[in-house]
Design a protein around this ligand. Structure first.
Ligand SMILES: C[S@@+](CC[C@H](N)C(=O)[O-])C[C@H]1O[C@@H](n2cnc3c(N)ncnc32)[C@H](O)[C@@H]1O
Length: 273
């Protein structure tokens, strides 16, 4: 195994909370790459691809804590506890999460457990699904002619305990990026329309963004539930709602490959040099 000295690393190891990005392995940060290369233990989520996990040394302990291989995901308390237990081993422990660990990733909760246990940690940001999807679907999230702001919201509406503030999201000059919203597409559509957002507002649902299997489903807010129920739509998927979606055809550059073909963007760049 290569011995890598990590920036900021102290003797005895520590816990690294690392974002793995949205899917395309080449969107991993260099820092995340080096940390994974010298990991002793990796606790990883279901959204982390096999390609990214292949960067982890073979002799490292790899623990799936998401829904993978037919297993049910571990409860958050169990993950927090496991992280603390592994942290006390004083090895290089990596908690690897899809996208960015601080955006709908419960990274904050896990770090709170480490703080309570008096363990050292560092956080490595990742490219969040909103940024990856926006780039690879050709939909800028802001644009001077279409949107002056953008909100990242969860569509995993906990309706009874925390009702969604639809009125706060009705401004037509604001782009909405909705994570985990597919199952609640009908509720999102009616909530936004009742709050005053036009049924003609352009929307995109992008599934498996930044991967070879990316697919875009484009329509209007009035059709959101229909788009979300398309049998071709695979998880994970993200919704982008707002006038910026009008640019999706003009700025479309990314060509997903057949299921079996890997992405070759980086290789193409190297070949061009
Ligand atoms: C629990 S959240 C985790 C978000 C992650 N921490 C991030 O920053 O992207 C999972 C949701 O992110 C979105 N997502 C993650 N990766 C995606 C991808 N490659 N394509 C589309 N949506 C994605 C989906 O809405 C999915 O339900």
């Amino acid at each position: 195994m290569d011995v890598v000295t990590l920036p900021g690393q102290r003797a005895g190891g520590k816990v690294w909370l690392v974002g793995a990005g949205p899917g395309d392995v080449e969107l991993l940060t260099l820092k995340a790459y080096w940390i994974l290369k010298s990991a002793d233990v990796v606790l990883f989520d279901a959204l982390v691809s096999d390609e990214i996990m292949s960067l982890v040394p073979q002799d490292a302990e790899k623990i799936a804590v998401g829904k993978r291989a037919g297993k049910h995901s571990a409860a958050q308390d169990e993950i927090n506890q496991l992280l603390v237990t592994k942290g006390f081993t004083r090895k290089n422990v990596v908690r690897l999460k899809g996208g960015d660990p601080f955006i709908f990733g419960r990274g904050g909760e896990e770090l709170q457990s480490l703080v309570e246990a008096g363990l050292e940690f560092e956080v490595v940001p990742g490219i969040t699904a909103a940024s990856g999807t926006s780039a690879y679907a050709g939909i800028p999230l802001t644009h001077r002619d279409y949107a002056q702001g953008v909100s990242f919201i969860t569509g995993h509406c906990q309706l009874e305990s925390r009702p969604m503030d639809w009125k706060g999201y009705a401004n037509p000059n604001n782009t909405l990026v909705i994570y985990m919203g597919i199952l609640n597409a009908g509720i999102i559509k009616s909530g936004l329309m009742e709050a005053g957002r036009s049924a003609d507002t352009p929307v995109a649902i992008v599934s498996k963004a930044t991967t070879a299997q990316q697919k875009r489903f484009i329509g209007t807010l009035g059709e959101l539930d229909l788009l979300a129920s398309d049998p071709e739509l695979k998880m994970p998927a993200l919704m982008i709602i707002g006038e910026v979606v009008e640019l999706a055809d003009t700025l479309n550059w990314f060509e997903p490959k057949a299921e079996s073909e890997p992405l070759t963007i980086g290789v193409e760049l190297k070949d061009r040099r």
